[in-house]
Design a protein around this ligand. Structure first.
Ligand SMILES: O=P(O)(O)OC[C@@H](O)CO
Ligand SMILES: [Mg+2]
Length: 297
């Protein structure tokens, strides 16, 4: 079900890109993504966008065409396939404790899914510690703490079952993640065989990913690299956990199912074409994909 566009409010600005996307949709994050100046006061106030008819039709068209005609599936990784977002939260809380500050989910919602430097800039600025901790220094400190955690990454519930099901039925699947290669290898080292089912992996440091989520670069690169690519975005289904990732999928013209952390405010879950509590709740047949065999339930 598409959140009614009039209910979906955000800041709408022309997207200057070779991808020829006339409009991008993104929550009014105050920084970290090229956008017109968003006044501080509007930081948490969603701006009513005068969405053009074209944009509304485009969004509707994607959703109408999406259901029942999916041919390719693109998976986000952190927080969606791997239970790794908790590591970022744990480490960031530790760093903030040094400044007697607490880390809250409204900031987490803005950081999730983004390129490391963009997330780091948001973190130090929003927490008011940029005078004593630069984004670069934050990344170095955070990475040293994450090195030991990433190799212990577990799969999210339903991830293995869904990937094996789609692969077994011959549905092309891939990953588009904001994670850089060095972290990708650490996070997936216990799950190499499962990730080998992917046709390809687009990582955050991929040369074709000029801008991180909510820009569509990663998902557009992923759609191009399938055997029969570029895939019609209306036939692509993205699974995401983060608001920025959902925006990126919509900006790529794709269908998107959001599987958010239950602690994420519901106001961040109004753009996805479907919202699920878990991958275990996904019904492939609703999207024209082969249903699970009963034995898999
Ligand atoms: O794009 P994903 O796989 O969620 O990676 C995000 C990661 O950089 C931390 O939020
Ligand atoms: Mg994610």
């Amino acid at each position: 079900m598409l959140a009614s566009p009039t209910r979906f409010v955000t800041q709408r600005i022309p997207f200057q890109s070779s991808n020829k996307i006339p409009t991008i949709f993104l929550p009014p994050f105050p920084r970290g993504f090229p956008q017109r100046s968003v006044t501080k006061s509007s930081e948490n106030i969603r701006l009513v966008a005068a969405m053009s008819t074209t944009s509304v039709n485009a969004v509707n068209a994607v959703t109408d065409a999406g259901r029942g005609s999916i041919t390719h599936v693109i998976f986000d990784m952190d927080g969606l396939l791997l239970d790794t977002e908790k590591f970022y939260t744990e480490v960031q809380e530790k760093i903030l404790a040094r400044y007697n500050k607490t880390f809250d989910w409204s900031l987490k919602a803005k950081m999730m899914g983004r390129k490391a430097i963009e997330a780091a800039t948001l973190f130090v600025e929003e927490c008011g510690i940029s005078d004593s901790l630069s984004p670069e220094a934050f990344i170095v400190e955070r990475e040293s703490m994450l090195q030991d955690l990433f190799p212990t990454s577990d799969l999210m519930p339903g991830a293995s079952r869904l990937l094996r099901h789609l692969h077994g039925k011959g549905i092309p699947i891939c990953v588009a993640t904001g994670t850089h290669t060095r972290h990708f290898d650490l996070k997936t080292q216990r799950h190499r065989e499962l990730f080998s089912l992917m046709h390809h992996i687009v990582r955050g440091d991929d040369p074709e990913v000029k801008q991180g989520k909510p820009a569509p670069d990663g998902f557009l690169a992923a759609a191009r690299r399938f055997e029969d690519g570029p895939v019609d975005p209306r036939k692509a289904l993205v699974f995401e956990d983060a608001p920025s990732g959902v925006m990126a999928a919509k900006n790529a013209g794709m269908n998107v199912i959001m599987v958010p952390d239950p602690r994420l405010d519901k106001s961040y879950c109004t753009v996805a074409d479907q919202v699920l509590a878990s991958l275990l709740d996904f019904k492939p047949e609703e999207w024209g994909l082969p249903p699970f065999d009963d034995s898999q339930n």
